[in-house]
Write a protein that binds this ligand. Structure first.
Ligand SMILES: Nc1ncnc2c1ncn2[C@@H]1O[C@H](COP(=O)(O)OP(=O)(O)OP(=O)(O)O)[C@@H](O)[C@H]1O
Length: 405
């Protein structure tokens, strides 16, 4: 598009209308490029497209963003207003053309203020703000993959407050992944609402809402994008156009948070699954998202890897400023959470503290979910006529058994 067209004196309402049309066009172009990039990233992580295709989508998004910002920051209407002001100063009261320049000045001023309003509306749309301390509010959410397939989520409602750690559990096929895909905007919901920090999520603002989200997926091998740990963490920062001077410190802090600071120059090949997953977390944290979504992030790891990741999740929660939603099959993990959402056949059937959920053994059995290991041991002792004092963690259990000895 020709921005210079607007760099002429004496802009009219018609020019402003033309500008608004162009702004809308580049805005929608940017939104669609951002969605394409997000989708490409997901497909790349799932090995469905090549790195070249993924990088192409990244470039397209960068270009679209740049073009949008160029249009948004167009100076023509301001220059026009200043010019008209200068002209008026040169043709004061008494000059034969004073009335003409006064009229032009008023016109330019009016158009400039209208321009500012249009830009600020787009500017507001371009950012989402925290309007509430409820990080995620899902209300009456229902979903089916296509009109001919059954409903897989049925009237799901729950709220997660900022800073809470919520584990989502449920038998295979209960709808956990579908729920997480709806939350990150990979799928669009058919019915009900999702709000993030009070912002109603729609297909128009999903790209902005994603600024709140950091996502860690299941497969550690597919999450590496950079050739080293440092390059991997830098990738998202570059994409967000973070000042290169600030990047070094951000990367170091993020790596330290997951205990990977000594591996910044390591290549992915030389890392264990757990270490790769720690880097994936660091890459997410570096962008400082308010909400972290872990989508079965420990399921492919060995016991040591699982333990490491679960410790990091607890540390992140304890720092207090991150909201965590973790879709998991690990019944031991739920003991770390503040709340547990239980899914069954597409419905959110319970939402409570881990102890409320685990305390009801009959309920867990009825939906084919096992108990955390610590509770299994206590049950076994109880059945053998040796009841133990209630222990919620392995340390408490060991202490209790030690005393019995
Ligand atoms: N692309 C799809 N098209 C149609 N139905 C689907 C699709 N993906 C999932 N489903 C169906 O949606 C329901 C919920 O699946 P979902 O993957 O969300 O469950 P889940 O709880 O995450 O299971 P798991 O623990 O095995 O990952 C299942 O009945 C599944 O068959």
């Amino acid at each position: 598009m020709e921005l210079d067209e607007f760099l002429v004196n004496r802009l009219t309402n018609k020019d402003l209308e033309e500008y608004e049309k162009i702004l809308n066009k580049v805005y929608h172009y940017k939104m669609s490029a951002s969605n394409d990039f997000f989708e490409a990233k997901r497909q790349f992580l799932e090995d469905k497209i090549s790195k070249e295709q993924f990088l192409k989508a990244k470039e397209a998004e960068k270009k679209a963003k740049k073009e949008f910002l160029e249009v948004l920051h167009n100076k023509a209407f301001k220059v026009n207003y200043k010019q008209a002001k200068r002209n008026l100063e040169r043709h004061r009261v008494g000059h034969k053309d004073h009335e003409l320049y006064l009229h032009e000045y008023r016109q330019a001023k009016k158009i400039y203020y209208k321009f500012k309003r249009i830009v600020s509306e787009r500017g507001r749309n371009a950012k989402v703000a925290k309007l509430s301390d409820v990080a995620i509010a899902v209300n009456d959410l229902s979903f089916r993959y296509s009109p001919s397939t059954p409903i897989v989520l049925k009237h799901v409602s729950f709220q997660i407050k900022e800073g809470e750690y919520v584990a989502v559990i449920g038998h295979n096929g209960s709808g956990k992944s579908t729920l997480s895909k709806l939350l990150i905007g990979v799928l669009n919901h058919n019915q009900g609402t999702i709000e993030m920090f009070g912002n109603l999520v729609t297909s128009h603002n999903i790209d902005q809402v994603r600024q709140f989200l950091g996502i860690v997926f299941q497969n550690p091998d597919n999450q590496f994008i950079g050739s080293t740990v440092r390059a991997d963490i830098a990738f998202g920062l570059e994409n967000k156009c973070v000042n290169p001077k600030k990047m070094g410190k951000i990367i170091k802090n993020a790596a330290e948070l997951v205990g990977m600071e000594k591996f910044l120059d390591s290549e992915p090949l030389n890392l264990s699954g757990g270490q790769k997953q720690r880097v994936a977390i660091a890459s997410a944290i570096a962008l400082d998202p308010s909400i972290l979504i872990f989508d079965e992030a420990t399921s492919m790891l060995d016991p040591k890897g699982k333990r490491e990741i679960k410790e990091i999740m607890v540390n992140l929660r304890d720092q207090g400023d991150k909201t965590i939603l973790s879709v998991t099959h690990d019944m031991d993990e739920i003991l770390n959470a503040d709340k547990v959402l239980v899914m069954n056949q597409g419905e959110a059937i319970r939402f409570g503290t881990p102890h409320e959920i685990i305390g009801d053994i009959g309920f867990l059995e009825s939906i084919h979910l096992g108990m955390p290991f610590v509770y299994q041991v206590q049950e076994a002792f109880k059945k053998a006529g040796l009841p133990l004092k209630k222990a919620s963690t392995m340390d408490e259990l060991v202490a209790e058994l030690w005393q019995k000895k």
